[in-house]
Design a protein around this ligand. Structure first.
Ligand SMILES: Nc1nc2c(ncn2[C@@H]2O[C@H](COP(=O)(O)OP(=O)(O)OP(=O)(O)O)[C@@H](O)[C@H]2O)c(=O)[nH]1
Ligand SMILES: [Mg+2]
Length: 312
């Protein structure tokens, strides 16, 4: 059924790519089979996650990265992920405006995704879309997302290199640590370095990083200053990405990441299947009935779970 679509994918036909993505996104006609068929073609793309606070310049930087990778003859796909918006619009429109110069390039593909419900979580969907683009043979896939919530962190964590984009106004380090950005960053980018405070932030991140214990098997994140609107610092950034890529290849971390993604996908699919077959109407009703009972006299969650499981 999917043969023409897969053929189109293999030559990076934009229409075929777009259709493949919507098969996956909307879980149309056995999208699982489709993903299964393209699996052998995946595992070659390098995945970069770009996250950071709203307006930090993520799309502007992504546009610059596309430019740099294209100069190296690499094909690039970009997935903009916006968990907060149920439909494509708003911020995602902004992404499109920042990257328009690459639209006519047939080695560049740009797509926005928004949470539209469905069975899997947005992070899982994003990975599946990544797999489609990987199968289409893109050398680099960039995932852009606003780094505020858990979903966004999950999205970028599935990438090979994670760029955390901050701006001089980003404020104190403590806040960053709270947001969990410190743990996921492979490279810190201080964008809008044309503004005052960039050096102060640079030093405080360096100080923070110097307290991290590390050895030759662990990557120590580095910090790069950029001005995305002036292409300044971008080649240094690409250089750091390359360094990180080499590092994770040499240490075997990349293979490990691929395996983790594989295992996560399997787990995700199993739990979805188990949940959906488990919650037959009578069980849903039983739960609903317990919810109506007095909190103090009803069964404990543990007892109820046991009862539900035993009645399988
Ligand atoms: N002064 C200055 N402005 C910049 C720089 N980089 C980006 N901008 C501007 O900052 C604004 C936001 O840039 P975007 O690239 O859309 O930022 P973003 O992080 O993708 O924004 P969201 O996706 O909405 O979270 C735009 O007006 C850019 O022109 C920079 O290095 N210096
Ligand atoms: Mg953006």
């Amino acid at each position: 059924v999917y043969t023409p679509l897969i053929q189109g994918l293999s030559i990076k036909n934009k229409q075929a790519i777009a259709r493949s993505i919507s098969v996956v996104e909307n879980e149309k006609h056995n999208s699982r089979d489709f993903l299964s068929q393209i699996y052998p073609k995946t595992g070659n793309a390098y995945r970069i996650g770009v996250t950071g606070p709203p307006g930090a310049g993520k799309s502007s930087l992504t546009d610059q990265l596309i430019q740099q990778f294209r100069e190296e003859e690499k094909s690039v796909a970009v997935v903009g992920v916006d968990p907060s918006s149920p439909f494509s619009g708003g911020a995602l429109l902004g992404d499109r405006i920042r990257m328009t110069r690459h639209f006519s390039d047939d080695k560049v593909f740009i797509r926005s995704m928004a949470s539209r419900g469905g069975h899997g979580g947005l992070a899982q969907k994003t990975q599946e879309v990544g797999d489609v683009l990987d199968a289409a043979g893109f050398d680099v896939i960039i995932f852009e997302t606003v780094g505020v919530g858990q979903v966004e962190l999950d999205v970028v964590q599935a990438a090979d290199s994670v760029l955390v984009v901050l701006v001089p106004e980003s404020g104190d380090d403590i806040q960053m640590m709270k947001a969990g950005l410190m743990e996921i960053a492979d490279i810190f980018v201080i964008n809008k370095a044309d503004r005052s405070g960039a050096n102060k932030l640079f030093i405080s991140i360096q100080n923070l990083l110097s307290t991290i214990q590390h050895d030759e098997n662990n990557w120590l994140p580095n910090v790069v200053k950029t001005i995305a609107t002036e292409s300044s610092g971008v080649s240094e950034l690409v250089c750091e990405i390359q360094k990180h890529q080499n590092f994770i290849h040499e240490t075997g971390i990349w293979k490990q990441k691929l395996n983790e993604r594989y295992a996560r996908q399997v787990n995700e699919l199993i739990s979805q299947k188990l949940q959906s077959t488990f919650w037959i109407e009578s069980k849903q009703n039983l739960l609903q009935q317990k919810l109506k009972e007095e909190r103090t006299t009803r069964l404990s969650p543990q007892e109820l779970a046991k009862e539900l499981l035993n009645n399988a």
